[in-house]
Design a protein. Structure first.
Length: 217
């Protein structure tokens, strides 16, 4: 299935478009034939100030210092609805107008690491950071000692846009480290023939079919 991506960008550089030191960016993206897809967010430099949930159209501030001073815009939900609708409407027309250009596909990179310094028996969080991929849809799964972790134990951020219009996201797994536990994070993406898998733990059996990282505790 083709997952064509359509981006609508309004770039405002302060104080000058080319020489400004800061960048305020309004980003809308959507993809063809991807159910529930779409995102609208506002970014300042490399930080996401807020995003609007594409289902509820509720604005969610991201930075605490921004959230404390932010006054909700009553028109933001309508702007998001119109922007996402326009995005979906324009995808087939843009493809046709450009004579069906090849889809931009970029293979993701990934890294798994703990949020805090490790101590056996002390609750912590494992982070699976996935970066530099396009289009912005990845399937992230976790295992603990070879058994799949229930998705109810996992949380994932929105897709964040990089300056080159690739994307990044992070998946979080709360856990309590125990001696000899082995965790893995697998990333599925349209660019990959097999999931990209990273391991974290004291030891594991090396398999040539996996991309491995040994994070000891």
């Amino acid at each position: 299935m083709t997952r064509d991506l359509f981006l609508v960008l309004l770039l405002i550089c302060l104080p000058k478009c080319i020489q400004g030191k800061h960048l305020l960016r309004f980003l809308t993206f959507c993809q063809k034939d991807v159910a529930g897809d779409g995102q609208y967010d506002i970014e300042y430099d490399s930080d996401q100030l807020l995003y609007v949930d594409p289902i509820t159209y509720r604005a969610v501030p991201r930075l605490p210092e921004f959230a404390e001073q932010w006054i909700p815009d009553p028109g933001l939900a309508k702007d998001t609805y119109v922007s996402l609708g326009t995005c979906k409407y324009n995808i087939p027309r843009a493809i046709k107008g450009e004579n069906s250009p090849p889809e931009a596909i970029v293979i993701p990179t990934s890294l798994i690491y703990p949020k805090q310094d490790m101590e056996i028996g002390v609750p912590n969080t494992l982070i699976c950071f996935v970066n530099d991929f396009h289009p912005p849809v990845v399937d992230i799964t976790w295992t603990r000692n070879g058994q799949f972790v229930d998705q109810s134990e996992v949380s994932q951020t929105q897709y964040y846009s990089n300056s080159d219009f690739s994307f990044r996201t992070s998946s979080y797994l709360n856990f309590t480290p125990q001696e000899n536990d082995i965790y893995s994070c697998s990333v599925g993406h349209i660019s990959l023939q097999a999931p990209l898998t990273r391991f974290w733990g004291r030891s594991f059996i090396i398999s040539p079919s996996y991309d491995l990282v040994n994070r000891c505790f």
